[in-house]
Design a protein around this ligand. Sequence first.
Ligand code: MG
Length: 334
Amino acid sequence: MSDDCVMLSEGGGGQDSKKLVDLIAEVLKNPVLGPMDDAGILKINGSKITVTSDGFVVKPIFFPGGDIGKLAVCGSVNDLAVMAAEPLALSLSLIIEEGFLKEHLARIIQSVKDTAGQTLIATGDTKVVPKGAADGIFVTTTGVGLQLQGCEPSGTKVLPGDILVVSGPIGRHGACIIAAREELGFLGEIRSDVAPLWPMLKTLFERLGPRIHACRDITRGGLATMIWEFGQSSNVGFEVDEHTIPVDDDVAGLCGALGLDPLILACEGRVVLAVAPESANEILRMLNSFELGKGASVIGFATAAHKGMTYLKTSIGGKRILDPPAGELLPRIC
Ligand code: MG
């Protein structure tokens, strides 16, 4: 296919995705969109209104540990949460293919309600398209939140010396979807890590506020991509120790069997933080006190050397450059 067309690889969250998004952002550019964080911040009368939006096309729509409804709520509330914003309200937009089972729709809506909890579904939209014009159901959520005063985390604010902390074992969501799609039941059931992060992150931001310089939920493109984005946005380099990156045995097993790298697999309930060095131990302790933060680990640090590049000290003692994935990775992971 020619360069004139959008390619599937440009939706995978890696380097190709970044180029596609840059093409769009270049036209729409404005100061709120500028930092390209997980959500935009609108400063209105002293309040910091936080807005984010996310579309979901995951296949299969039901998977161990969740479904497209739960994923759609978590995706947007987590993009608010990592910006230190309390999720207040969501919009829910559905594109449904003709012939989609109403029983499945009901399950998805119940899941939306259960996951949203106190976050109000304030508005929505429902469209039905002819058979073949969509695949089952596509869901878009837009989240509105209020950023805590004194907190302004951003991918642009990582400083040399900052400590990188990951909130728990990585790659579960990506591994879950691959296993479900490929019917790799022989490897055991891998449950997605999809979960809302605000209760945990609220405690962190309220206590340590400005010492959390950057926070990002690890989604498409995996941990490797999030660290790379921090490096690009803040013009710093990173040194990361692979040995310290938590990966569950079942995820490692699937990666080994299929030749996949857990560092580029998506999560839907994990974050990576860049924090002031004096606060790293406290953050680690606090994360580990939450069920969702069990297994949190310090994985590396930011440096003024080799700006924009991450050096990974591998488990077998070598050293390599950690890049975000290029090419077609895993379409429709979220
Ligand atoms: Mg995000």
